[in-house]
Design a protein around this ligand. Sequence first.
Ligand SMILES: [Mn+2]
Length: 268
Amino acid sequence: MSTYVIGDIQGCYDELMSLLALVGYSSEQDALWLAGDLINRGPENVGVMKFCMKEPNCQVVLGNHDLHFLGITAGVSRARGKDTVHDLLAWDGCPDVIEWLRHQPLIHKDSNHIMVHAGIPPNWNIDDAVSYAQEVETCLRGNRYKDFLAAMYGNEPRHWDSQLTGMARLRLITNYLTRLRFCKADGEIELTHKTQVAPPGFSPWFALPRPQHEGTTILFGHWAAINGVTHQANAQALDTGCVWGRQLTAYRLEDGQRFNVPARTQVS
Ligand SMILES: [Mn+2]
């Protein structure tokens, strides 16, 4: 039995199938972890969601694109120029997708491995991160989830304070777990830079001293620009830009081996 962790699929269904064939994935014997951004920007969102929802040993965490899809369906946002979720919106299984996504976590933890879409700031320990994720998960599953989706968009606040309350607290937790790239040692987050070049005073979250994360390997996606490279054994980056015409990558938990397939679709 092997566990394969795959980064941002973003609707690239064909590449997902090719990658599973390449590693010899067995639905019955192996496990699959998907690091979020299952959908959007790519061509076959319905295919990806059908697969995830029926796969017996598939564990996902939510990414910013998955949450944005929920925001669109809740009527608090709209599909914008680059969004490609129209196939899902038109599909008669769409209500099931919404319910299924609302019940997925933002973090998945298994002994000394943790999967999250974007990252964990250095000022949080692993138990804190799991607990903060649960606050958002509880809200997303509750009756007032549309209020959260409406309040989720935005880059403020940028400083973590355990005394934060309400939607500002949930927004910052969500931004850390699903959008983080650059921050400072105290957790101040910077959400406008997407390349691998840090804005002055900031570092990639995984490159900062993280004594609180010692002993845990963090598996994450979201940051296509770093192309899978962190130079940190305990931070494995899995978004290798499939939807941008590069590769889809799987990481085998048991031995750390990486597998990848080339993108089939060039999205302009
Ligand atoms: Mn993302």
